[in-house]
Ligand binder design. Structure first.
Ligand SMILES: [Zn+2]
Length: 348
């Protein structure tokens, strides 16, 4: 017998590895005896096994933990991997087995698009359908052009741009976070398992969703703002997992930089702006004017002041300028990078 990490799940050592294929077989057999499973379309159940297989594979190959047993209610979404033709019309969708369901269609579906999979997601505010479409589009390859900017994300500002612009941390977050703390405290005061606790917990979940929405809105707003006046945008290729683990952990998850970069990249593609991630090493330790290493700065040190050439600017702006220079070098505009440096020397 083989017990894994002192968990309660015991699999005989000589049994076959639980793969998607052999679990599907067992599912078919089990489904015949289970009325509850018969109510759900078999493809939907199989998709769950796919997820389970992924969890097993990451245990075998990446030494992740044993897949956790899911209680009723822990899975927040399910997938219909195949949809029949004509299953979406006039703000209603025909889900296999379930039938026609009315929904608020947020955008038009192109007439030549083929509906791929549909994922039904449960959020606090209701049920959502995430529809994957497939149709022929020309994706133009975007070449570096126009005004180049570098962006540095930080804690004291949300983002700093190489031209000196600073975007502050969005203010509504502070207010919402305070509210969240109050609500969370009210949950902890209620009796465990009581109805009042459930009600309070619901309020917390609702606020979480609202914060996520506000954040996404801000990310899109900022991305469009940047795309308005830039032809190429360079950002740092941050090791977000490493950062989140480090001492900046909480801050960097709060700010959602990874999410912001994803939104920014998507926005750039839509607007025809060139987007590139560059090496993020030591961006805050190099002088963008003379490229000398100035040594590590303390987090409280807000100003970059080069002891070599005397160039002085905001610390985050300096880092953004280093990102810009690296980006321009990466796309082969080294001449332009030098030109920028000369320009800055003349007009400090
Ligand atoms: Zn310098």
């Amino acid at each position: 017998m083989l017990a894994h990490r002192a968990s309660e799940y015991i699999i005989p050592a000589d049994s076959k590895r639980p793969t998607y294929a052999n679990q599907c077989k067992s599912l078919t057999a089990y489904r015949k005896t289970s009325p509850a499973l018969q109510k759900v379309q078999s493809q939907v159940l199989q998709q769950t096994l796919r997820r389970l297989e992924q969890a097993f594979v990451s245990m075998w190959e990446q030494n992740h933990g044993f897949p956790r047993f899911k209680k009723v209610g822990t899975m927040r979404s399910f997938v219909f991997p195949q949809m029949s033709a004509g299953s979406i019309e006039n703000s209603r969708i025909k889900l296999p087995v379930i039938g026609w369901v009315k929904f608020r269609q947020s955008r038009e579906i192109p007439s030549d698009a083929k509906v791929g999979q549909v994922r039904i997601v449960r959020r606090v505010s209701g049920w959502y359908a995430m529809i994957t479409l497939q149709w022929n589009v020309e994706v133009p390859s975007i070449t570096p052009h126009g005004e180049p900017i570098g962006i540095d994300v930080g804690i004291s500002h949300f983002a700093a741009v190489s031209n000196g612009k600073l975007f502050p941390n969005p203010r509504p977050f502070k207010k919402l976070e305070r509210k969240l703390k109050l609500l969370q405290r009210s949950v902890s005061r209620k009796v465990f398992g009581s109805n009042n606790r459930k009600k309070a917990q619901f309020k917390v979940s609702k606020l979480h969703e609202r914060i996520a929405n506000v954040r996404a809105y801000y990310h899109w707003l900022l991305s469009h703002n940047l795309c308005d006046w830039a032809g190429m945008i360079f950002v740092e290729d941050l090791n977000l997992k490493g950062l989140a683990r480090g001492f900046l952990g909480k801050h960097c998850l709060d700010a959602g930089w990874g999410e912001f970069f994803q939104v920014l990249e998507q926005c750039c593609r839509k607007r025809g702006v060139f987007f590139l991630k560059v090496n993020s090493k030591k961006t805050s330790q190099i002088c963008p004017n003379c490229l000398t290493e100035t040594g590590k700065k303390d987090l409280s040190e807000r100003v970059h002041s080069c002891h070599h050439c005397g160039y002085t600017t905001d610390r985050d702006v300096a880092a953004a300028q280093v990102v810009l220079i690296r980006g321009l070098a990466a796309v082969g505009h080294t001449g332009l990078a030098c030109f920028l440096r000369v320009k800055r020397l003349r007009s400090p």
